[in-house]
Design a protein around this ligand. Structure first.
Ligand code: ADP
Ligand code: 5GP
Length: 207
């Protein structure tokens, strides 16, 4: 075991929670529900090179950066993980995550499957949760309901979603799968998984 892992998860309550799922499945909605229910949870604001939409708040949803700035973050190893999604790059700031974990917080990463695999390889104690749509039709409906992009982009996200769901089942990065049909039930299930995993870790760290 590396000293990094000991610091993060074995001596305190800090836990990394990865929440993934296809675009439009309800990750952000579920994440906000988890944040409201768990008082010491914090959301990791990713850096991205994608364009800001009217629905995005700088520093709350993302830190919007140039390609050059993202290159610098990668080169200086400032990112815990990063991946290219729909031709744009997204990454998790490592120093902030480390600091929050050391304070014993539940740190929520809303990241894609590629990123989840990188995090699990570096920090196997991270808990991976993948959100599934009740059906493909419902997913398409939700993507449209966000009213934030063209039909062409929606179709692109929809076909990527189907590939991502297959990959999530096969890659081994996820500890639990939650179907987002009824929202309150999905948030309840997510909370149960998180509390159980955290409780188990606490039990292990005192034994
Ligand atoms: P993601 O973050 O995965 O892209 P969002 O959280 O933005 O998805 O949700 C996409 C859309 O689906 C939003 O309009 C949201 O209000 C809606 N939504 C989320 N969960 C549910 C649900 N269980 N039932 C119906 N609509 C939902
Ligand atoms: P969106 O542009 O819809 O906000 O996000 C598109 C995709 O990028 C989603 O699947 C989301 O989970 C993923 N994503 C957001 N931030 C990060 C990140 O920091 N790292 C990785 N690997 N994926 C991210």
């Amino acid at each position: 075991m590396t000293p990094e892992r000991r610091l993060h998860t074995d001596t305190d309550d800090g836990m990394l929670l990865i929440i993934s799922g296809p675009s439009g499945v309800g990750k952000t909605t579920i994440t906000r529900g988890v944040e409201r229910a768990i008082s010491d949870s914090v959301f990791s604001v990713s850096a991205t090179t994608r364009d800001k939409t009217d629905a995005d708040v700088e520093g709350v949803d993302y830190r919007f950066v140039s390609d050059e700035r993202f290159d610098e973050l990668v080169e200086s190893d400032a990112l815990l993980e990063w991946a290219g999604v729909f031709g744009r790059r997204y990454g998790t700031p490592r120093a902030w995550v480390d600091e929050q974990l050391a304070r014993g917080r539940l740190v929520i990463l809303e990241i894609d499957v590629e990123g989840a695999k990188q995090v699990k390889a570096r920090m196997p104690d991270a808990f991976g949760l993948f959100v599934l749509p009740p059906s493909e039709d419902v997913l398409l409906e939700r993507l449209r309901s966000r009213r934030r992009e063209s039909e062409e982009l929606i179709q692109k996200r929809f076909s990527e979603a189907k590939r991502e769901i297959r990959e999530a089942h096969e890659c081994g990065a996820y500890d639990a799968f939650v179907t987002n049909d009824d929202l309150d039930r999905a948030i309840g299930e997510a909370l149960e998984h998180v509390r159980t995993a955290r409780g188990r870790r606490r039990g292990e760290s005192v034994s």
